[in-house]
Design a protein around this ligand. Structure first.
Ligand code: MN
Length: 747
């Protein structure tokens, strides 16, 4: 047998012989008889022993029948290694038996390749073994049967197929994982191209799904074995270095755990302490993503403490924190709040001997089993039920809910339906181009995905490609999508992003960024407004005085005073009156003639909005209206709503155009004409000849009198005047108006 890959205990050969002693006599008799009958089949004997060891109610007769059925059909077939094909089927079944799964699943493991590789039909299996096993073998076979044009498609399809198969019976996936695991264990025998393809698919599809289902042990082995083929050199380096460091690490853990053991013993807590297994692949990805050498990654030492009850978990945590100083902010309570893959544990980091930080995980035996085999625990045979079920049920988690449904649902179909909803209703699984999986809530968008990768990627996310196609940032992603984010240092979040993001992380980060940005803009705007206003009195702002006035108004300092003015919370007039108590009351002028207003384009768009009622463009005389929390809205002084606008003169702000940037503005034109052929195309040509752009147009014609509405983009009033002049000269045009009182604005 090949040397075990990681230094966690071997998955194979792990049947505790002691377990047999506890067998009830009937099964022991049955096992003895079957072992005798299988004297020529060493592999079957091992499988029977392992199945019986893990499950005292296992139907061993069924296992033996399935073995002989499959062995007869696969006779003469060999694998690439030259070994009999049946060996693969038994190894797959053994992996399932070692997970202590039910006999049905183990039998399906034996039969998983008969539909694919022999003439046996699903009906025959149904007749021989019943519909459950037939359904499982059929499900496993169906996942296999796909041809894909591209890697992305294959990945998405395989993923989708796996999800769909799970909906029928999650055990299909467990058999499929066992199959893949054994194929990975024997991958040396296939050619290099196939090795690469299978290794890649394993990291991209199987390992992430194993993670989601909490199949931690299978996931580690799949990842480590894939790495061996994907990057043989790095794999060998990590393997050798881990081996070299092993003695050192074990000695340290001994030193670390001695006082813990003593203290727990004094408190009568029965405990098992072990170093945490090292996953080569996770060391590898950390080295790659952090760009650090092995030595810096590997220094992290971790121990796992297994106790008997939830109460003991917290008790042990308290004792450990009195022995070693906890590292602040590293404590996580996954017992009270389990991870979505059912994982439960207490996590803490403490300062161990010689000042090294040590990660400690504390959990019950039950939690430990669930942590290793995840969802498989549901089909697992449990002895001594009840010993922990009190604690287990008290702490609400996904697993106990599932078990509750099973108790309540007499209809297995309904149970599976509930399980499906619980598993997938609220979550989607999306891949990076490198094949990393991210779990997101339903409806999540590329922006959520970008923030899930890294906050900086989210904050500068410019465009997104979904399965190779550019899509709007607000697109809802689906499971299996591969998403690529293009970032730009000039891109920043917009208020609109908050309308479509679904994750708390994205919402929080965008909100915080906008708040900081809004504050900075408010300070700048407030400063400009106050300075502009004071110039009228030929005064300058003195910072000492400003701070004093700020404090009189209940604000921290001058900067907050500016922010208050800029955000519209504080009127500039009030501040001026405070600064210059005997200032003559001045009439508010609608616009400045001497060009000292707020420079419109100098401000970020965040602070400036153009009134939809009057669509001002450069060249129009305009006035700004301070709106609370939305910055300044700009209106023409002849805005149809000007009565509303000037109602509160304290809110008026002098503004001026600033045309440094090349930008166009939308205006509406009304053109009346006597209708004729080619009229519209003549009008359109006139507009575009001047360099303006038509956004939209609508025409109504009554008795050959046409009334056309155009939304056009212009630079300024000069260009608009040119358009109006030239349109008036078009044959048939009788009137051109910029806007008409009864024109409704389009948002
Ligand atoms: Mn197979």
């Amino acid at each position: 047998m090949e040397k075990q890959l990681t230094d966690h205990p071997a998955g194979t050969d792990s049947a505790p012989p002691g377990a047999l002693a506890a067998e009830p006599p009937e099964q022991a008799n049955c096992l003895d008889r079957l072992l005798e009958e299988a004297s020529d089949h060493l592999q079957l004997q091992m499988l029977l022993i392992e199945t019986a060891a893990g499950n005292e109610q296992a139907d061993l007769g069924l296992i033996a029948r399935a073995y002989h059925f499959a062995a007869a059909r696969h006779t003469g077939q060999t694998r690439k290694s030259g070994e009999p094909f049946m060996q693969h089927c038994v190894e797959v079944a053994r992996i399932l038996a070692q997970m202590r799964l039910d006999s049905t699943t183990v039998a399906a493991g034996l039969l998983h390749d008969v539909l694919e590789d022999t003439p046996v039909t699903i009906e025959e299996i149904g007749v021989e073994f019943g519909p459950e096993i037939a359904g499982l073998t059929d499900g496993v076979t169906k996942i296999e049967r796909f041809q894909y044009e591209s890697r992305e498609k294959r990945q998405a399809e395989t993923y989708r197929k796996m999800l769909l198969s799970m909906v029928k019976d999650i055990r299909v996936i467990l058999v499929k994982f066992a199959d893949r695991l054994h194929n990975m264990r024997t991958l040396d025998h296939v050619d290099e191209e196939q090795q690469m393809r299978i290794a890649r698919e394993t990291t991209e599809v199987y390992a992430p799904l194993a993670h989601r289902l909490g199949l931690a042990r299978i996931r580690w082995e799949l990842e480590d074995r894939s790495l061996k083929y994907a990057d043989p050199e790095k794999y060998a380096e990590i393997r050798d270095k881990v081996a070299m460091k092993r003695g050192e690490r074990e000695a340290y853990i001994e030193e670390f755990k001695a006082p813990i053991l003593a203290e727990l013993k004094r408190n009568s807590i029965d405990v098992e302490i072990a170093g945490r297994p090292k996953n080569f692949y996770s060391i590898y990805t950390k080295m790659a993503s952090r760009g650090k050498p092995f030595e810096e990654i590997y220094d992290l030492t971790a121990v796992r403490i297994i106790v008997n009850s939830v109460r003991e978990c917290y008790h042990a945590l308290g004792l450990i924190h009195t022995l070693y100083h906890p590292v602040p902010d590293r404590f996580k309570d996954y017992i009270a709040t389990p991870k979505t893959n059912m994982y439960q544990s207490l996590h803490t980091s403490v300062i161990g001997p010689r000042g090294l930080s040590v990660e400690v995980q504390i959990r019950t035996r039950e939690m430990h089993h669930t942590a290793e085999i995840g969802i498989a625990a549901h089909w697992r045979y449990k002895s001594g039920e009840g010993s922990e079920s009190g604690d287990f049920d008290r702490h609400m988690n996904w697993m106990s809910q599932v078990l509750d449904w099973q108790r309540d649902e007499s209809d297995p179909a309904e149970f599976m339906e509930n399980l499906k909803i619980e598993l997938y209703q609220d979550e989607i699984f999306v891949f990076t181009p490198m094949g990393d999986l991210h779990q997101l809530p339903l409806g999540a968008t590329p922006v959520d995905f970008a923030f899930a990768i890294h906050t900086d990627i989210g904050l500068h996310c410019l465009t997104a490609k979904m399965n190779g196609q550019i899509v709007p940032l607000s697109t809802a992603l689906s499971s299996g999508d591969t998403v690529e984010i293009v970032t730009s240092s000039h891109q920043n979040p917009g208020q609109a992003w908050l309308d479509f993001v679904k994750t708390a992380k994205a919402r929080h980060s965008i909100g915080r960024w906008l708040k900081e940005e809004w504050y900075a803009h408010s300070v700048r705007l407030g400063q400009q407004m106050l300075e502009g206003e004071l110039k009228r009195y030929r005064k300058r702002v003195e910072s000492d005085l400003l701070d004093t006035v700020a404090q009189e108004l209940g604000l921290a300092d001058g900067e907050h005073l500016y922010a208050g003015i800029g955000s519209g919370d504080l009127s500039v007039t009030r501040v001026v009156n405070q600064l210059i108590p005997d200032s003559p009351k001045r009439r508010i002028r609608p616009t400045m003639k001497d060009g000292r207003g707020i420079r419109i384009q100098g401000m970020n768009d965040m602070m400036i909005h153009f009134g939809k009622c009057c669509t001002p463009i450069p060249g129009d005389t305009v006035v700004g209206l301070m709106t609370r929390g939305r910055g300044i809205s700009i209106h023409r002084t002849d805005c149809p709503n000007s009565a509303d606008i000037t109602e509160d003169p304290e809110r008026l702000v002098d503004v001026e155009w600033d045309l440094e940037e090349d930008r166009s503005f939308a205006v509406q034109l009304l053109v009346r004409s006597t209708d004729r052929k080619y009229l519209l195309s003549d009008i359109a040509r006139v507009i575009s000849d001047i360099g303006a752009n038509i956004r939209s147009t609508s025409t109504t014609t009554v008795d050959h009198l046409a009334k056309q509405t155009f939304w056009i983009d212009v630079r300024d009033t000069q260009q608009l005047q040119a358009v109006i002049r030239n349109l008036t000269a078009v044959e048939g045009v009788t009137q051109v108006l910029r806007d008409e009182p009864d024109l409704s604005s389009t948002a």
